[in-house]
Design a protein around this ligand. Sequence first.
Ligand SMILES: [Zn+2]
Ligand SMILES: [Zn+2]
Length: 504
Amino acid sequence: MSRTWSDAERARMVRAIELARPYRTHPNPRVGCVIVGAGGKVVGEGAHRGVGAPHAEAVALGEARGAARGATAFVTLEPCSHTGRTPPCADALVAAGVARVVIAVYDPDARVRGRGVAMLRQAGIETTVGLMGDEAIRLDAGFHHHRRTGLPYVRGVVADAEARADEAVGVDIAALIAEADHLLADTTGPAPTTRRKLAGLAEDGHLYVAIEDMEIIEALRGEGLVDTVSHYIRIGADHEDLGAEDGLRASDAVEVGAGYLRIDLERSPASWPPLVRRRAEAVIPTRYGHFRAIGYESLGDGRQHVALVTGRVVGEEGVLVRMHSECLTGDVFASLRCDCGFQLQEAMHRIGEAGRGVVLYMRGHEGRGIGLIDKLAAYALQEQGRDTVEANLDLGFPEDSRDYGAGARILADLGVNSVCLLTNNPAKRAGVEAYGVRIVERVPLVAGENDHNRTYLRTKVAKLGHVIDMEDRPPGRVPETVGEDGPIRQPPETGKPAIGKPQA
Ligand SMILES: [Zn+2]
Ligand SMILES: [Zn+2]
């Protein structure tokens, strides 16, 4: 089924999201619905306004009345299939004679997920899911998180050293502390209640908890109690200084309480507490030499990354670095649809040969950040003639959702502050430099062009600003690298980098 959304369809879903946004519906979800009649005009709109109020679909259908027959309904969440205070919305859509339903996201609750969609489809209604799904989740991150995990959505924040948490709160702090104590009551590990301070705001069902101690944040993360980690800073002179010295833009910060801004974790200045943590380390011999594999966890999102390090890198000038975005299909299955696997192998080869450098393997960057399933969906769209950028946009994602903050922080933890970055992507260079890593040179990494990915590579050049010389480069190494006989490149001979020894 085609998933190519038109601008008009996008606009309808944007409207549905905006309809839902103003309402505090906790613990119910925010939901918006727009019904477009057969003639293309909006015939009904609705939003869920809170507990006890009718569901968004019911409101919109009530407004549309007879005009709902043959219409298309745009709804930000899978219509409900259970009977609560109101009859199931899936039934109501069927009864109204709606011809088509476009849904942003499935219900995150595994117990009911897909049931509403199945009911609609059984009734012969053309039902598609995925238009602006990411936006719809952001509309109510707390609800989605809670339904997915059963846990409250809590943001841990690391207060800037000068911040006094008790100054920050202009709301009922006693109630917040009580709620936090309740949430934390079962937490093992360090006694957080005695050591933490609260600078929280109960907002949209999210609780922000300011904790000055990273150990506690880790303990809470381990319990699944802290969902994301970010920084607070004071509004005022601090903020202006940050703007000047660290390149932070005011738009990156959100005002969360009296005198405080919340700064996105990944955009925090490099001098603030590291929000990646080294968890384990071991030597991995590869066909490109021996690497120290250092496992990191990003405290912001819990993602686990690996740094493959060879030779002495601490404080060295111009360390060769590849910041590689995970690509299951390319890296593991040797897919020819992209050049990722080839680039990874080539980067390890070059860094192994140089005897000094770092390959950062960044998880969660699949499909330029859209995730594995959606990447496969984007491939399906490409089979219908869309290019890689259009396909991501069709699925409601930005053309590139990756962020390089965690990678930059890992480099800082490794003591690497001067880098020769192996990439064809100038935007990646800028993304890394934004976090204070000095890039002395961008080193092209051209590998693996073949008949299957030539169009993809040309799109990256044309639309994403990649610098690849498509005419003069050597042909791809497809037979060489993925031949039946397996991998082909021999390991570097002796003199292969030994761990810990300084390399030339
Ligand atoms: Zn409903
Ligand atoms: Zn790939």
